[in-house]
Design a protein around this ligand. Sequence first.
Ligand code: NDP
Ligand SMILES: Nc1nc2c(ncn2[C@@H]2O[C@H](COP(=O)(O)O)[C@@H](O)[C@H]2O)c(=O)[nH]1
Length: 318
Amino acid sequence: MKTFDYDAIRLLPKKSLLKSRREADTSVTLGKYTFKIPVMPANMATVIDENLAEWLASRDYFYVMHRFQPETRFDFVKKIQEKGLLASISLGITDDEYKLIDRFQAENVCPEYITIDVAHGHSEFVIQMIHYIKEKLPDTFLIVGNLGTPEAIVEIEAAGADATKVGIGPGKACITKDKTGFGTNGWQLAAIANCAQVATKPIIADGGIRHNGDIAKSIRFGASMVMIGSMFAGHDETPGDIIQKDGKTYKAYYGSASAAQKGHQHNVEGRSLMVEYKGSIQGTLTAMQEDLQSAISYAGGFDLSSLKTVDYVVLTDY
Ligand SMILES: NC(=O)C1=CN([C@@H]2O[C@H](COP(=O)(O)OP(=O)(O)OC[C@H]3O[C@@H](n4cnc5c(N)ncnc54)[C@H](OP(=O)(O)O)[C@@H]3O)[C@@H](O)[C@H]2O)C=CC1
Ligand SMILES: Nc1nc2c(ncn2[C@@H]2O[C@H](COP(=O)(O)O)[C@@H](O)[C@H]2O)c(=O)[nH]1
């Protein structure tokens, strides 16, 4: 298999049919709903909280709330749905998570989206959870991650996932490759391409996005959407205190499997970082949309589908 990552790829332009980039349509449909851009902030404690989830949902951006305040999830779903907004939460695979599913079913509360969020999603216990959710909450759109191989995609789709999330260790706060030797770090884009060859349902590219152009590249190689952590951390609306250091302003960004998140040192596969303070998240989201509109123009099309077929070159220096 040929491996490559985002930095090694350049997409090749085609004749544009757009008078203005503003005409390009960046919307994406996932399940029953359509969103402004094919991007979601990572379901991490330093990237999203309930306030930001509501902010995003009320502006037609997709979001996935994290699972690190487990006891708040039931009320969060009820509260956001009462406001007429979509509920999108994360689950793990412990016994307590089964009880939460039971409660949703018993009280007739159905989140529109659930993401099973575990480090190694190609797991017998993830498959058991997929079966359980599909039996108890058949109307919920189920995203399952994280995966890194075509074998995993085939098995997890067959178990009932409605979409899969690809990326083992490419994230900025990840240390999985150093701790275990495993993962898609360094060849995440090729891993997406590899998984997309067998996928029959949407793939979400998760981790390793460093530039807005990497979103277009992800779509070219088979992703329907991307999940982004570090580029979203550090905004006014993202959680975490502001840190001043050497005259510069930062915010904390730590991995979901870091000691900072876990509160202990066992099975640590994440680290803590500081990211530069970036102001309001609206500016970042708007720039992502505008850059995607430009990308669609370079692709010679009118919407995201035009990105899927553009030619590309692989730079050999990488
Ligand atoms: N995308 C990525 O590359 C990665 C993401 N993460 C993120 O970190 C968070 C916490 O992850 P983490 O605490 O490691 O695990 P999880 O919270 O994902 O653990 C899931 C469950 O699976 C069990 N398990 C068995 N084998 C493994 C394995 N190889 N890796 C992980 N769990 C396993 C765990 O039990 P036990 O703990 O007893 O083994 C636990 O009960 C998640 O949000 C995840 O998305 C973490 C690492 C990589
Ligand atoms: N190996 C680990 N991966 C992690 C951890 N916490 C989060 N993640 C993954 O990273 C992406 C975000 O990546 P970024 O490059 O955009 O910053 C996130 O969605 C998770 O999949 C962790 O502790 N270890």
